[in-house]
Ligand binder design. Structure first.
Ligand code: FRU
Length: 480
């Protein structure tokens, strides 16, 4: 096995220069690259990090291991954009190179303060390799030339009392006179929880403030990547409760990404007021570790990792893995359901309507927009060789079942389904990007996201009973 502990933990400066070039050559041959989703130039991508608006641009970092399609020593790759759609790699990553982040610059967030951007992240350090971890919560300042300077000392040197070494992923936000950092934690009883620290200045003085009371203790054994967001003034908390009990919270992926909507939050008691039940943020195959922000333009924006922890993908052998979802805008409907839609700027890559007919070959970058016939069993299928992605909607129009048969699962059909309890499925927007799909049901009331590692170079579209079908070609932006 190529991936020895030594290679997985090798300092970035110790990799031979030609490793990246080798991977690039190999990746050029891939049939599975994306067109308008963020992907890596080489190596693995996981969580979105440091999503922010600063210095007149959008900034988005991601967890990366550039030296192969596996979870090695993590750094932050830095992307910038003027419109949340066209992204460019800045080429100045934050890499693990201090004694407080030696084994990985793990996930974290960013906040713009005056003419600088502050990054708060978890420095992973193995005290005993792969057994005893010591998490540091670290800080760094980034200037307007995108140069990052790490603080010399950690902001939080140890987990709080009663918390194990699973303590990470700080989300820093400002409220009133304080900065708050929300962190995912595991208690010594091996229960997941979310805790808050606070300080009056961002680059020091951080103190434990409180556990966040979310009205639910089904957070499994570890809650990763918490985000407290506000939509129309209401708190929306997103997080990843690893090992959450499936009896009260249904999910089919190895680890879920969940959310709770509340009326308000009491900042004194750190309690969500009238919290909803826990729901899945996305009901597809590959979506995790979402990060959101309250943007200065008033929108609540979110993007997630296209991928799951503890999972291998067929692209690993090509030397790359993972992507980021399109940026989504969040809103709430009258019943406080979370609505997710692609950011409005996505319109700018629509290349105009295609001549749409049953059995057509669709472009690898396509938007497939369909209305459901309420009196029949509707089906929409993308096929490529022996692989397919099929969406079945029952004639009662309350249930949608997604079937995936691709090269990932030895040719088995895997399914995910969603059911609407009140209301019917009326319309779907399927964003296809070669091997990535994002489905938005009823204008974003439910989403299903994942990979489709098809065989074959042609993607064909067939349907039965659908009331209206419109295919639009999308631009291939070749982001990496
Ligand atoms: C979630 C996660 C985070 C951690 C990061 C490491 O996918 O496990 O909790 O900070 O990935 O890459």
């Amino acid at each position: 096995n190529y991936w020895t502990t030594e290679r997985l933990n090798r300092l970035y400066k110790d990799w031979p220069a030609d490793r990246i070039e080798e991977l690039k050559t190999q990746i050029k041959k891939s049939n599975w690259r994306f067109g308008y989703h963020i992907q890596t130039e080489t190596g693995l991508l996981n969580d979105p990090n440091g999503f922010s608006y600063f210095n007149g641009q959008w900034h988005l970092f991601f967890q990366a291991f550039p030296f192969g399609g596996t979870h090695g020593l993590k750094s932050w790759t830095h992307m910038v954009s003027d419109d949340l759609v066209h992204w460019e790699n800045v080429g100045k990553p934050m890499v693990p190179d201090t004694k407080y982040d030696r084994h990985g610059c793990y996930s974290g967030s960013a906040i713009a303060i005056d003419d600088k951007l502050f990054l708060m992240y978890t420095g992973n350090v193995w005290e005993k390799m792969n057994e005893v971890r010591h998490p540091y919560q670290d800080g760094a300042w980034m200037d307007k030339d995108n140069n990052i300077t790490k603080l010399s000392e950690p902001l939080i040197a140890n987990p709080p009392k009663g918390v194990t070494g699973h303590f990470r992923d700080p989300q820093v936000i400002k409220h009133g006179d304080y900065y708050y950092a929300f962190l995912g934690a595991q208690t010594t009883e091996e229960k997941g929880e979310i805790v808050a620290y606070r300080s009056t200045r961002v680059d020091g003085g951080w103190e434990f403030y409180s556990k966040l009371d979310i009205g639910n203790d089904n957070l499994g054994y570890m809650a990763e990547c918490p985000n407290l967001l506000f939509v129309d003034g209401h708190p929306v908390l997103t997080f990843c409760p690893q090992g959450a009990d499936k009896k009260s919270f249904k999910y089919d992926n190895v680890h879920p990404n969940a959310y709770i909507v509340a009326d308000d939050i009491n900042w004194e008691t750190m309690k969500l007021i009238n919290p909803s039940k826990m729901r899945q943020l996305d009901e597809g195959f590959d979506f995790y570790a979402a990060q959101g922000i309250n943007a200065p333009d008033g929108r609540t924006l979110l993007t997630g990792w296209l991928g799951l922890p503890d999972t291998t993908y067929p692209t690993d052998d090509e030397g790359w893995e993972g992507g980021l979802s399109m940026v989504r805008e969040l809103s709430l409907d009258d019943d406080k359901n979370l609505i997710q839609t692609p950011v409005a700027e996505m319109k700018s890559i629509e290349d105009g309507p295609e001549d749409t007919f049953n059995g057509m070959e669709v472009d690898k970058q396509s938007l497939i927009d369909f209305k459901i016939n309420p009196d029949a069993d509707n089906q929409v299928a993308i096929t490529a060789g022996n692989t397919h992605l099929v969406f079945d909607i029952d004639s009662d129009c309350q249930k949608l079942t997604l079937h995936r048969k691709d090269v990932e699962n030895d040719g088995h059909d895997e399914t995910r389904s969603i059911r609407l309890n009140n209301g019917k499925i009326e319309n779907c927007k399927l964003y296809l990007d070669n091997t990535v799909f994002e489905l938005f049901i009823n204008d974003g009331y439910k989403t299903m996201t994942g990979f489709f590692f098809h065989e074959g170079t042609h993607l064909n579209l067939n349907w039965t009973e659908v009331e209206e079908m419109r295919v639009t070609k999308l631009a291939n932006l070749d982001i990496n």
